[in-house]
Design a binder for this molecule. Structure first.
Ligand code: SAM
Ligand code: SF4
Length: 437
């Protein structure tokens, strides 16, 4: 068994976990390949956050069942949240599977793969101490380094499966993080994204997230720092001050709201009210006047009334979101919300989601239209999907199409925003365009 193909589903934390797994596998002498057809083992790194995420993976396992007919020695593994969520049940259900490994078992991956060649293996123990802080990931291509600074979650929102699939909250040691980020910067990564389920509650001894931001901000070559996802009420004045005074911290925050109704927030066991959330928004805007905000919102939690949904719609304008990721509630086995019985009918939830999407889109379009004409510094990321233009990003997280050569990836330019499709912008180089660093 020599060659492994890793396929990643879900959030940025899974992308970071796949890079961690890639590092573990390479150090054990295994080769990573780009196609399942060329592999001796396939590992799907999965997500369990909503039912459709799990359905996609089950569908994909069907494809691998076919591949296995042609190559019976192929090892097929499922890693990540879905592995932890469905555990050994997966091994029973899908005869195609040889390995099930949860988020705390990646250190042992080479050994697990060897064992899986003989008999089906499940490694799904959660480990309160595992941070992988000492392990160097093998980062993928691009200008952005994903850096997990915290694993697990202690918030136990009633709808959410994460505390059960990823276990208790643990922070990675500051020294490990600074070392990882120094390596990433030396490898040429320009932007660092700090990852954690409630990333701003990171702490180590007396150091908190403010100290982490300041430490990362001093690493040579790191000109942009982002983080996701912060928990609204874990923003202390110290953290907001560190954001405002650390030059590399970008002027954008993804601040999950989930609902604009206090009754629903309570049923979700979110630890804030809409009023407190708006206070945090106010504190962020006061310290960082040009900050942009994006959010996550769930509609159709059991018991959500039309009036409560209206309060969520109201928050879109009141908080002034620049972008919103919207989800229809998906019941998750084993979560407290599973036991709330007054389900919102499917067609009502779908219709609310549609209304929310339309309203959020309209607001994004209007806010973006008002930005045309502004000059921004962009980091050139990659070629656009179509045409010869390149995709670049402003510090406030706007995507801009610019006409620069392909070898400008990783460079900074000054551009004037010349138009918007509603979600992305077009930009023209502003002279002097090259930002010298
Ligand atoms: N820890 C982050 C937070 O608290 O915002 C992100 C958690 S999750 C990976 C990303 C988003 O998925 C959440 O913010 C929430 O909006 C959504 N989500 C979580 N559980 C869900 C469920 N059962 N149904 C629908 N959406 C869900
Ligand atoms: Fe899930 Fe809530 Fe933790 Fe986010 S904070 S991962 S939504 S339990």
């Amino acid at each position: 068994m020599k060659r492994v193909f890793l396929e990643t589903y879900g959030c940025q934390m899974n992308v970071a976990d796949s890079e961690l797994m890639a590092g573990v596998l390479q150090r054990a002498g295994l080769e990573l390949v780009d196609r399942a057809e060329d592999a001796d083992a396939v590992i799907l790194n999965t997500c369990a956050i909503r039912e459709n995420a799990e359905q996609r993976v089950l569908g994909r396992l069907g494809d691998y069942a076919h591949l296995k007919l042609a190559n019976p020695a192929l090892i097929v593994g499922v890693a990540g949240c879905m592995a932890q969520h469905l555990r050994a049940k997966l091994l029973d259900r899908k005869r195609v599977l040889d390995l099930v490994v949860g988020p705390d078992g990646y250190r042992f991956l080479p050994e697990l793969l060897r064992r899986a060649a003989g008999e089906p293996v499940a490694e799904v123990r959660l480990d309160r101490d595992e941070t992988y802080g000492d392990l160097e990931p093998k980062r993928g291509p691009g200008v952005r380094a994903w850096v997990t600074v915290q694993r697990g979650c202690d918030k136990f929102c009633t709808y959410c499966v994460v505390p059960f699939t990823r276990g208790r909250e643990r922070s990675l040691p500051l020294a490990d993080l600074v070392r990882q980020i120094e390596h990433a910067a030396a490898e040429g990564f320009r932007e660092v994204v700090l990852l954690g389920q409630t990333v701003n509650s990171w702490r180590e001894g007396t150091d908190d997230f403010a100290d982490l931001l300041r430490a990362v901000g001093t690493v040579d070559g790191v000109r942009r720092i982002r983080f996701t996802s912060p928990y609204p009420t874990d923003f202390t004045p110290r953290v907001i001050e560190a954001m405002a005074t650390t030059a590399a911290v970008c002027e954008h925050v993804h601040l999950p709201l989930q609902s604009g109704s206090n009754a629903v927030l309570k049923r979700m066991r979110r630890r804030y009210t809409r009023e407190r959330y708006l206070e945090v928004v106010g504190e962020l805007r006061q310290a960082i006047p040009d900050i942009t905000l994006s959010t996550d919102i769930i509609v159709g939690l059991p018991g959500e009334t039309e009036q409560q949904f209206q309060e969520t719609l109201g928050m879109v304008t009141e908080a002034g979101f620049d972008d919103a990721y919207t989800f229809k509630y998906s019941v998750r086995e084993g979560t407290p919300a599973e036991r709330i019985v007054d389900h919102v009918p499917e067609e009502v939830a779908s219709e609310r989601l549609q209304r929310l999407i339309e309203m959020a889109r309209l607001q994004t379009r209007q806010r973006n239209a008002s930005r045309v004409g502004q000059v921004h510094e962009v980091l050139v990321e990659r070629p656009a999907k179509r045409g010869h233009l390149m995709l670049a990003r402003t510090r406030q997280n706007f995507l801009v199409l610019v006409d620069v050569p392909r070898d400008c990836v990783g460079e900074y330019r000054r551009v004037r925003l010349t138009g918007t499709t509603g979600s992305t912008f077009t930009g023209a180089l502003e002279h002097p365009a090259l930002v010298v660093i």
